[in-house]
Design a protein around this ligand. Sequence first.
Ligand code: HEC
Length: 99
Amino acid sequence: MKKIILGLTLISTMILAADGASLYSKCAGCHGSQGEKKALGKSKIIQDMTKMDLVATLNGYKDGSYGGAMKGIMRSQIVRLSTEDIEALALHITTLKNK
Ligand code: HEC
């Protein structure tokens, strides 16, 4: 029984990780494949951000409470994502550094 639960946990972790990676594919054009670029010369280097900061800024773009002059661009990227998607993305971005 324990082995089955462990197996299921592993599989669901893998699915989550895969999700974050595929969601990130549409971010890489601006932020870099490792989150190492200033998107359009404006954003912070997102690979340096903590998961908490990533979740907070992404949710902020989604609900309009965060952002600078170019926040409209980010809002259009984020607005259709669910809370789970944002969590998976943020987690994925924290794994990009030093890859
Ligand atoms: C068309 C280019 C573009 C794409 C695609 C894009 N971004 Fe951005 N991103 C930006 C810009 C420009 C900013 C700065 C916006 C502002 O003025 O607040 C930014 C800001 C951010 C920030 C906050 C950093 C800061 O400066 O505070 C995060 C986190 C982020 N983006 C994550 C993502 C994620 C995750 C995706 C994919 C779902 C994504 N971005 C897709 C251009 C882009």
